[in-house]
Design a protein around this ligand. Structure first.
Ligand SMILES: [Zn+2]
Length: 238
């Protein structure tokens, strides 16, 4: 079996501050030139009660996100990865801000960082279940179908393992935009993901309790990737 080995430098696009690790920690750990771009790593200048305040104990959004960014910086350091945080807001904060349609803005911001980083390969989420994951995945697919970079999708964990039926459904939607090769698996250090996830001290317990079995599988399972082989026919107009 050939090992999944995209050309470096590599950019991994992460929806939230922890998704690249949940889905790709073994892969990132095994590669020396990886930059993780987290899209929804911003905070409104406001107090807000919700997921971020509950998990971090910080009702002032900038403080909550600072805590989460500090965890991410430590995790990236353990994986020897570079990182970039974009200022878009996650779903928790959309209740205090009106997010009209920021897919175009996300696309533009990502496009700019990719131009600066000049990767040879880009990995972005398949886009499962969570509305934030879908939004980021859709923005990435629009870039991917016209991209000169080698582009791959990764299985969002724990969602893909906790809700396996969601995977073929999402693949069918994605394949209206791009063509995908047969999925490839990657296995690296079997302990690395749990060790890095523990650095996300505010997220480890809630993620574990939200996805009991899926979480256990996520810590050990091989990571899964699909290469985008080109735009799907009829999807090339925009
Ligand atoms: Zn997420």
């Amino acid at each position: 079996m050939t090992k999944f080995s995209p050309l470096q430098p590599i950019v991994v696009i992460s929806t939230h501050l922890d998704d690249a690790v949940l889905s790709c920690a073994q892969f990132i750990h095994a590669h020396s030139d990886v930059t993780v771009i987290t899209v929804l790593a911003g905070a409104p200048d406001a107090f807000h009660e919700g997921y971020n305040s509950r998990t971090t104990g910080e009702p002032f959004a900038p403080n909550a996100i600072k805590k989460r960014r500090d965890e991410d910086a430590e995790a990236m350091s353990m994986l020897s990865a570079h990182y970039v945080w974009l200022e878009f807001h996650d779903n928790d904060y959309l209740q205090v801000l009106t997010r009209s349609d920021d897919k175009q803005e996300i696309r533009d911001a990502l496009s700019q960082v990719l131009e600066e980083r000049r990767p040879k390969s880009v990995l972005s989420p398949l886009g499962l279940f969570h509305p934030d994951h879908l939004a980021v995945s859709d923005a990435c697919l629009e870039l991917a179908k016209k991209s000169a970079y080698e582009w791959y999708l990764y299985l969002d964990m724990p969602y893909g393992l906790a809700m396996p039926k969601a995977v073929p459904e999402r693949l069918a939607t994605v394949e209206k935009t791009v063509n995908l090769a047969t999925p490839e698996l990657f296995s690296g250090d079997p302990d690395i993901k749990r060790n890095v996830m523990k650095l996300y001290a505010t997220q480890f317990a809630p993620t574990k309790s939200n996805h009991r079995r899926g979480f256990r599988a996520t810590m050990k399972a091989p990571e899964q990737f699909w290469k985008i082989t080109g735009p799907a026919s009829g999807s090339n107009r925009s």
